[in-house]
Every structure is written in C-alpha cells, then in structure tokens.
Design a protein. Structure first.
Length: 202
C-alpha cells in the first residue's frame, strides 16, 4: 500500500466504483405436470415450427406457476403475452434471436422465459449472447435441468446449442409483459385464447 509523504494527503477522496451495465437473469424451479407437458409438445409439434400451447387445465396451471414466480422475482405484476413449446431433436439447434419489440417505450420492463419440463444431463444448453460498447462480448451458457425456469430480458440475444445426445429436448418459451408498462394500466386483448393468467384463481 502506498503511503503519502508526511504533511501531504491523497489527491482524491470518496472513491466510488460505478457500473453502467447490469446483465442479469434468474433461475428457479417450479412445480408443474412435467410429463404431460413434455408429451403434449412431442405429440403436437411440427418440424421447424414452434407449438402454440392450448388453453388446457395443464397449460393454465403452468402459466400460473410461471407468472407467480415472475411476479415474486421481478417485484411487480406480470402476465404471459404468449407461450409456446419448442422441440429440438438430435442434431438440431436454435439460432440466435431475441424477442425485441420496437413498440416498447422501456425495454427493461419486458422479460422472456424458458422452462424445461424434463431436461436431462447432456441436453443442449441455452446460451445468452450479449454484445455491448462495440467491443465486449459475453456468452453465458445455462445447462437445463428438469423443472428449471429461466427468466431474462426479452432483448437479450439467446440461442440453443446443438443437441448432441440422441434424444428429444423439449422446452416451453414465452414472453412476460408488465400489467402496467411505464406505470400506466393498459387494456389487454385476448392472446392465445386467454386474457389473463388468473382464470383459475377464485
């Protein structure tokens, strides 16, 4: 440690470190009817297409579990704008993409999620790809686990690495929208046959 000469003092004071980049995401585990969800996507998916989840009791229970977790994590009410199943077969991958929407006034209010009903060790990881300042690049690999829910900002680029193992990888993806974006309550239109995620709550 440097010692300043007697009779002099450091030319600086109140040093603080400030960060202007906050790249975060959350993981937790939720309880859902994993095997039914897995089989539903396996039975209904088409090659190279996402499978829009129906408004069944199983799906509504899953929506409720996801929104309950999201509201607790994010500290404000959110609803699921859309939810779909993703099938990744042996040798397949998902290219880098984001769920960015140009209509958002405050993009930091919008989140996306990925839920893994029956993931096993060796299944392809999800990768969050962040570029900033025209120089920095961050790759965050998330190994899926059964029952894991991942919540991240919708404008993050993300992808799925190639499914090397000889089995099917099933995930449930979707978008979380704030009930009151920018502090303003808005009228929502039905999406995927559902207006809100509390249909089964009394």
């Amino acid at each position: 440690m440097y010692t300043w000469p007697t009779g002099t003092s450091s030319p600086m004071r109140d040093l603080k470190h400030h960060s202007i980049i906050d790249l975060d995401y959350w993981t937790c585990f939720i309880d859902a009817n994993e095997s039914v969800i897995y089989e539903m996507v396996m039975a209904k998916h088409e090659p190279n297409k996402d499978f829009e989840l129906p408004t069944s009791h199983t799906v509504m229970d899953l929506r409720r579990e996801i929104t309950t977790a999201a509201n607790k994590i994010l500290g404000r009410p959110y609803y699921i704008d859309a939810i779909w199943g993703v099938h990744t077969g042996p040798g397949e991958s998902v290219i880098a993409h984001s769920h960015w929407n140009n209509s958002w006034l405050n993009p930091d209010e919008y989140f996306s999620f990925c839920y893994y009903p029956c993931a096993k060790e060796g299944d392809a990881p999800m990768v969050i790809h962040i570029q900033h300042s025209n120089r920095q690049e961050i790759l965050e690999r998330i190994e899926p686990e059964a029952g894991m829910l991942v919540i991240f900002r919708s404008y993050y680029q993300h992808m799925t690495e190639r499914q090397i193992v000889d089995r099917h990888r099933i995930s449930i993806a979707g978008n979380l929208y704030p009930m009151e974006p920018n502090g303003v309550k808005v009228k929502r239109e039905p999406r995927q046959g559902v207006l809100s995620d509390d249909l089964w709550q009394q």
